[in-house]
Design a protein around this ligand. Structure first.
Ligand SMILES: [Fe+2]
Length: 201
């Protein structure tokens, strides 16, 4: 039987420095993300065992927990692919198909960046900013996800996410979420996001 597994990063823990420190990234990936993976697998085991034993379950509670943990696993996996090392520190810009798609909806890159940053900054408590693709309108769409699974749009493809849970930045930036968001733009992996987008259109 297949289970959820913690994905390996395409870079080492120190490769996103100076924007995300080795310690911050290591804790985030090997502790926080790993916990969501383990919790999701444990919950599925609990469901399976209850079926085998014909025992009762609090379905509302377990499904809420499952959505939270699977959402955490899926979003973190997308988050790691949304970033790449940038030793020069110069902000990378979208190009090719994803650039055209951004220009079509947001008119210019700065407008897109501003909407996405404000989305991330204004998350109440813990959550994410996400760049999605709507299969109905065939256009890009910025979403604000609370926790790991609230305000998700069924069937929308998620191309890029920014984690603004405090565990994502507190060691490096303390309570300065805005500064973390500013620096995120320097390590966006536009090659990967463009690749994902080009597979959809
Ligand atoms: Fe996180």
């Amino acid at each position: 039987m297949k289970t959820y597994t913690l994905p390996k990063l395409n870079y080492s823990y120190k490769d996103l420095e100076p924007f995300i420190s080795e310690q911050q990234l290591m804790l985030h990936h090997s502790k926080h993300h790993a916990a969501y993976v383990n919790n999701a697998n444990n919950l599925l085991t609990k469901l399976r065992e209850a079926r085998e034993n014909s025992s009762d379950l609090d379905m509302k509670a377990i499904l809420k927990e499952l959505s939270f943990n699977i959402g955490g696993h899926v979003l973190h996996s997308i988050f790691w692919d949304s970033m790449c090392p940038n030793k020069e520190g110069k902000e990378q810009k979208p190009y090719d198909l994803i650039e055209n798609a951004i220009l079509k909806v947001f008119k210019n890159y700065d407008r897109f960046k501003s909407e996405f940053s404000k989305t991330a900054l204004s998350v109440e408590g813990s959550g994410w900013a996400a760049l999605c693709f709507c299969p109905i309108t065939q256009e890009l769409f910025v979403a604000q996800i609370e926790k790991h699974s609230v305000n998700l749009y069924p069937s929308f493809d998620i191309l890029m996410v920014l984690d603004v849970w405090e565990h994502a930045y507190y060691l490096d930036y303390k309570n300065n979420r805005a500064s973390f968001i500013d620096n995120f733009w320097k390590i966006v992996n536009w090659e990967e996001i463009n690749k994902k987008y080009s597979e959809l259109v």
